[in-house]
Design a protein around this ligand. Structure first.
Ligand SMILES: Nc1nc2c(ncn2[C@@H]2O[C@H](COP(=O)(O)OP(=O)(O)OP(=O)(O)O)[C@@H](O)[C@H]2O)c(=O)[nH]1
Ligand SMILES: [Mg+2]
Length: 286
């Protein structure tokens, strides 16, 4: 039996979580078009023939702006302490630049193999892929480099095989039917937050958090937290249209997760400066 942990690192929005989901063959982490979607460490468990690969999805590398982003960056740093390898994700859609080189300095000095995942190749002209591969290959002494598309699935199984190769002999860390280490409650909160992220823009997505208040047999009650009254107005929407839309989008996935129909009751609440409040962050598990 081979088993172990691979940290998934890279700039915000390069597609780390989409890639974890593609490698895991199902939804582990929420995804959005806004940076800083992932706020906590999430294990995505991939079970295969004779192996258990645990992908550690992480927040994007960033310069901390407040207590929350400080904690997010600390999560990234701590996650590097005990892994068998790193999947360093780059986006070929964007220029590979200073941000990536900064992360490269960190990951290439950990002393574990680094596999580069050059993501979003579906967005590139073929000639350009070679140029991006060449730029990426100069970032450090990588173990392997895989052009992939988390979106189309291109290159995913070869990348999975490569990561499995890195695993040492080891035990099962998670029961085989478990796909993630997030509690059901946190998974539900994340699903609601995902829908809210897609539907909002500018500063608003960063100010949103979701807390599950109660899970009953047929009802899930959750609160969408924002920092200001004007953000609350946006999240509630005209005549409640926005919060209703969030619920409509989240409910089918919540039902799939719980395995039965539920009534999803969402409230929008203002909690001023929650991103700077240690107690709130603690409660949210951040
Ligand atoms: N075209 C294309 N888009 C992708 C691909 N992978 C991810 N995306 C998109 O990139 C955006 C960011 O994806 P995420 O998976 O949330 O990125 P992330 O790196 O986890 O972002 P953070 O958690 O914020 O650090 C989303 O809009 C995805 O749909 C890909 O292979 N091709
Ligand atoms: Mg993410």
């Amino acid at each position: 039996m081979k088993s172990g942990f691979i940290a998934v690192a890279g700039r915000p929005n390069v597609g780390k979580s989409t890639l974890v989901n593609a490698l895991a063959g199902g939804k582990v982490a929420i995804v959005s078009d806004k940076p800083q979607t992932t706020r906590r460490r999430i294990a995505g468990v991939v079970n295969g023939d004779g192996y258990q690969l645990v992908l550690v999805d992480l927040p994007g590398f960033q310069r901390p702006l407040d207590t929350m982003t400080e904690r997010m960056q600390r999560t990234v740093d701590q996650a590097f302490e005990d892994v068998d390898g790193v999947l360093f994700v780059l986006s070929t859609r964007d220029r590979i630049g200073a941000g990536d080189r900064f992360i490269a300095q960190r990951v290439f000095s950990l002393g574990v193999p680094v596999v580069i995942g050059l993501n979003k190749v579906d967005r590139l002209k073929p000639g350009h892929v070679a140029t991006q591969m060449d730029t990426a290959s100069k970032l450090g002494d990588f173990h392997a480099l895989h052009p992939v598309s988390a979106k189309t699935g291109d290159g995913i199984s070869a990348l999975r095989d490569e990561l499995v190769e890195l695993l040492p002999e080891g035990p099962l860390y998670f029961p085989q039917e478990q796909r993630t280490d997030l509690s059901v409650e946190l998974q539900l909160a994340e699903l609601v937050r995902e829908k809210a992220l897609w539907l909002t823009r500018d500063e608003v997505p960063h100010a949103i958090s979701v807390e599950v208040d109660e899970i009953e047999e047929k009802v899930v009650r959750a609160s969408i937290l924002v920092e200001t009254e004007s953000q609350k107005l946006i999240l509630v929407g005209k005549g409640g249209a926005m919060v209703k839309e969030i619920g409509t989008r989240a409910r089918p996935e919540i039902e799939a997760l719980l395995g039965h129909p539920v009534f999803l009751e969402l409230k929008v609440k203002v909690r001023p400066k929650w991103r700077r409040d240690a107690a709130t962050l603690e409660r949210l598990g951040l």
